[in-house]
Design a protein around this ligand. Sequence first.
Ligand code: SF4
Ligand code: SF4
Length: 381
Amino acid sequence: MADTVMVKPDLSFIRELKETGGDTLKQCYQCATCSVICPQSPDDKPFPRKEMIWAGWGLKEKLVSDPDIWLCHHCGDCTSYCPRGAKPGEVLGAVRKQAIQHYAPVKFFAKAVNDKSQLLKILAIPAVILFLAALATPGLNKALPPSLMHEGAFGNFINTWLVDAIFTSAALFALWSAFKGITNMWADMKAHSPQQPAGSLMQGLTAVVKEVLGHSKFKECDVNKERATAHQLTLYAFIGLAVTTTLGFIIMYFSGEESIFGKMLFLAMKFIGNASAVALIVGAGLLYLNRKAKDEKSGLGTYFDWGFLTVVLLVGVSGFLAQIFRYMGADNHDPNFLAKLIYFIHLVCVFYLFAYAPYSKFAHLFYRTTALVYARMSNRQ
Ligand code: SF4
Ligand code: SF4
């Protein structure tokens, strides 16, 4: 006689899935159309049909440690062909959100960042820190010797050393959170997945980075081809902004702006920074419009998606406006109130985006990359 398998459904997990975009999951009758349609699904143990039944049964441990949930790019092909309107693409999106919360090391942020009613509380953290930094700036600027005064454009408003200290701390917190999350996920994938990774981690990572940069898998989607282009543009915008920040650090702490080298770096920083900001606004704007236009076919998403996209857009727009208002002012080194206000909003948004990255939709960057490496190393792709 076959062994009896006990299924222990996690009812609160089912409820959370339903509340966060997976409300249609019980409509699935396991016809497998979605797995046949999905351009990302491997032939062996395809998805998302099996994930739909696991979701219906509330098998949280199985789902959050399933690398396949990250092979999905939320293109919506399966949702648009599902005969029952079960929206498997949306259900997988809800599962990924639960996985991010499950692996997040600080549960308060995992809950608060993705809960609309907590938005003010979560924004208040950077707002208060930056406000205190602005209050401390006049005294600090007076106390600092001229050789250590890095006023910059807004240095008289919020001291640049303080800004760097705040954002370095935020980046370290984000890196620690991401590291904890992905190492725990990797251990769970190994414990629960029938396929074990083998071979060189570096080779797997290199191949995945190439794939991500080219968006080769994403472009195989049908219903939402345009989303791949917009997503790729947004990714390149972030890479450009990372290069801009690095150049800013080199200029400020090593080369200065006065030498020929410093001037060239400054010009490069301005060019890459502005081009990246345009790419960010256009890319995120297209993603926004695409979700609205394809609502019926591929699903609209939830606050988890919209909240993140809105912050990305705000970062791009506020960065641009802060620069424009600064140059419009009479004194470039003492910007007017509006320029300072926009700069403050920009800093709050940037803090939100990066410090909370492992807790928001941004975390898909780390978790998807990890799962893709796992899948590649275990011959899943
Ligand atoms: S989600 Fe839809 S297409 Fe997929 S198995 Fe269920 S009913 Fe069929
Ligand atoms: S949303 Fe796209 S990638 Fe994800 S399971 Fe459906 S068809 Fe596959």
